[in-house]
Write a protein that binds this ligand. Structure first.
Ligand code: DOR
Length: 434
């Protein structure tokens, strides 16, 4: 059966489209996009009046936890959460057990994603074996098996010579290196070093722990002219460094996450372990700098760093709790606040969640156009709802946004021409038979 999405506001940043148009999907492809496409008997009609139709969101940074930590998340539950949140493609980080540092783990993830996934899964290979920073992982073999990027996320590669070699390999294989920037000697605490840490008494890490490594990683990547992507930027100083470096190094890109523009370190004063994330929530000035970086294009992409954890690993003292936020199911609504705040227009925001990540990864998604694969979503930018982690599809209920009133929610997700998520309140009209 074909799917006809009628009367939606189609926003496709890749083709600079923002117009009320119908979208007809046939098989796994977008057959046509036009005004008033007539409904035939073989179509399911989705009435998208008042709703936005956009390319499926693409997240360059999630933790799906499989293999090894299935009690936190599985490829099945993580991609179900992605589909509910509006994400049709996700990049999963290598800090599984075993670490994704060789072909067999990459194969395993891709096989599981094919049989159990509801969103596309793009594995990210480790830079170093076991994420230990000592020896390069089997990068070539993993590229052959299907990784789309490399990263030691959770750690920086401390040895600059080894990092340079990894960048050279990545360049040769045509994939980006995703950099988690953190000097572990400087980052000794769990929250941002500032006024809030002074009040809470929690061990703190200064912004320079991030900024120093941002500076070094850019210098090395620039030297070998290899694509570098700085992930989960949290500090205003990092935004300044990236802004300056981009002028002379166009292969540099960056992302930030919704929690870095929605919360400040004040949130940690509650001692809620769901506010414990790495890098830490930072000051009001940092949040403003992040927003400025999003607005002026210094930060190209919004990613979630979806980091699901089981209840027990958060239900402990702050210093013992795991770092991370389960982010796939709140990302769209939190990001839409940037439009209401005047930081970005809706097309500009969606570019950071669709075409920009697609370009970084070199994948043929992130666009709604005739002849393309049908990966798209329909969302309501105005609906108000209250975050209830009990109904998350993710196993990770660790969200500091529990109980928040948010505006905007995904209603329908289509991957490869198939409806993989439908919000219960989405109106649906089937054609009259005969
Ligand atoms: O908060 C985080 N959680 N930051 C990271 O870098 C890793 C992640 C995780 O794996 O839980």
């Amino acid at each position: 059966m074909k799917i006809l999405i009628k009367n939606g506001r189609l926003i496709d940043p890749g083709s600079d489209t923002d117009s009320v148009l119908d979208v007809l999907i046939s098989g796994n492809l977008i057959e046509s996009i036009d005004r008033d496409i007539p409904a035939t008997n073989d179509v399911e009609i989705i009435d998208a009046k008042g709703l936005v139709v956009s390319p499926g969101l693409i997240d360059v940074h999630v933790h799906l936890r499989e293999p090894g930590f299935e009690y936190k998340e599985t490829i099945k539950s993580g991609t179900a959460a992605a589909a509910k949140g509006g994400f049709t493609s996700v990049v999963c980080m290598a800090n599984t057990d075993p670490v994704n540092d060789n072909k067999s783990v990459t194969d395993y993830i891709l096989q599981k994603a094919r049989t159990e996934g509801t969103a596309r899964v793009f594995p990210c290979g480790a830079i170093t074996k076991g994420l230990k920073g000592q020896e390069l992982a089997e990068i070539g073999e993993m590229v052959e098996a299907g990784i789309t990027a490399i990263s030691d996320d959770g750690f920086s590669v401390k040895n600059a010579g080894l990092f340079l070699k990894a960048l050279e390999y990545a360049k040769k294989f045509g994939i980006p290196t995703i950099s988690h920037c953190e000097d572990k000697e400087l980052a000794q605490g769990f929250v941002h070093e500032g006024r809030a840490s002074l009040l809470s008494g929690l061990d703190a890490s200064p912004s320079i722990a991030e900024e120093c490594v941002v500076f070094r990683d850019i210098a090395v990547a620039r030297y070998v002219r290899s694509p570098l992507h700085i992930t989960h930027v949290s500090a205003g100083g990092s935004v300044d460094i990236i802004r300056q470096a981009k002028a002379g190094f166009p292969l540099l890109t960056a992302d930030t996450c919704p929690h870095y523009f929605s919360l400040t370190d004040e949130a940690t004063l509650t001692y809620d372990t769901n506010t414990k994330v790495n890098p830490p929530l930072r000051s009001k000035d940092d949040v403003e700098a992040i927003k400025q970086g999003l607005g002026d294009g210094t930060i190209d992409i919004i990613a979630t760093d979806h980091a699901p954890h089981e209840f027990g690993s958060k239900n402990v003292e702050f210093d013992l709790a795991s770092f991370g936020i389960s982010g796939l199911e709140t990302a769209l609504a939190l990001s839409l606040a940037l439009v209401r705040d005047g930081v970005l227009d809706l097309k500009g925001l969606l570019a950071k969640m669709t075409i920009n990540p697609a370009r970084l990864l070199g994948i043929p998604y992130g666009q709604v156009a005739a002849g393309r694969i049908a990966d798209l979503i329909v969302f309501d930018p105005h609906i108000e709802w209250v975050v209830d982690t009990a109904v998350f599809r993710s196993k990770g209920r660790n969200s500091p946004f529990q109980g928040w009133s948010l505006t905007g929610r995904n209603m329908l997700t289509i991957v490869d021409g198939r409806i993989v998520y439908r919000d219960p309140i989405l109106p649906q009209y089937l054609p009259a038979s005969g």
